[in-house]
Design a protein around this ligand. Sequence first.
Ligand code: HAM
Length: 425
Amino acid sequence: MVEFTAPKGVPEYFSPRSDAFLAVRDALAYPARHAGYGYAELPVFEDTALFVRGVGESTDVVSKEMYTFTDRGNRSLSLRPEGTAGVMRLVVEHRLDKGSLPVKIWYAGPFFRAERPQHGRYRQLQQVGIEAIGSDDPALDAEVIALADEAYRRLGLTRYRLDLTSLGCAQCRPAYRERLSQFLAGLDLDEATRQRAAVNPLRVLDDKRPDVREQLASAPVMVDHLCTACGQHYESVRSFLDDAGVSWSEAPHLVRGLDYYTRTTFEFTHELLGAQSGIGGGGRYDGLMESIGGADLSGIGFGLGTDRTLLACEAEGLSPGAGPSVDVFVVPIGSSARHLAVRLTTELRGDGVRVDMAYGERGLKGSMKAADRSGAPLVVIIGEDEEAAGTVQLKDMATGAQEALRLDDAMARLRTLRPAQEGSK
Ligand code: HAM
């Protein structure tokens, strides 16, 4: 029995699966990094009121799932349940919106929600997110969505879909909400659902129970009640998505768990993940910045779930980041060879080659076992005789072929193993 275990619902990643985790995280960020988004390192906890005002008091995320605590100065702080509110706070506080617009930011890291843990639903979840603030150009909506789609495609994922809708704006949503409330009042719903409808009738549209779904088939949907400006905006987003070659499905019943969304709203789901199928989502939030005390600027962004995207890759049999972690393994035999091994290893690492070496006096057999386990395709063996002759043995682990090379020639050959620069793939 171990005395301590990780907190419930918190996934941990260690090698080799952590290599896949890092590869997924990097792949999710890659398209945004190449589209003008700058990185922001944000606090993991913020003023509780920021999330209450920004994300919405009536959401489960804020009302039931926040990790809230009082610090030594008696301030109420909460672990961040999501990233958008924190980015808005950063932009307002540092006046980033006074420069050129849109402000484009990406971020990555852990978020915290006290949910009931299950496969793919965690209390510490990882996201890669982007936010583009200060423009309501529908081409920007299409960019944000296309960057998410490109990230999934780069990983090789195919069994996912994009659901898209528009949630309207402060002009057209209230009238629609009223219409929906009236419709729901005429249905045969249980008390808990009625209460949910009273807080936010749109949430009921997301009900998964067949009998409720059946009753909702003729429910009025927001996309049929958009004002002219929202209708045109939505139409443009869809045509820009077509320009970007992104396939999407109309999802008029799509509801998100956060209150700030307006107009374009979307979700990516993966068909092999079961109940927790959402691998990413986002949308526009045109009133958010003003609601936390900033200028009335619009914005759009996404949050992509790193944990769930990794699960999706595994479900599709993909192995992101697979392969040996080093290209060369150095095996010194005898104590004086160890000095040459340390020099050689350091020099190659300085040249950008991925190298490990055998530690501990374990003899040729034990060291070769370690070399084998490392997965390195090339092994440099330095014996006493070779060292005296200024040579090393180079072993190709795939073929088993071994040859003696002059040290300089061996080094020149090993330097060619330096990995290609990022972005060349
Ligand atoms: P969200 O839909 O709440 O949006 O979360 C985004 C993604 O994070 C989800 O699609 C899912 O993949 C992952 N995720 C959420 N909760 C969990 C969990 N408990 N366990 C594992 N993965 C989870 C947001 O957070 C918004 N801030 C996204 C956004 C950015 N909208 C506009 N800008």
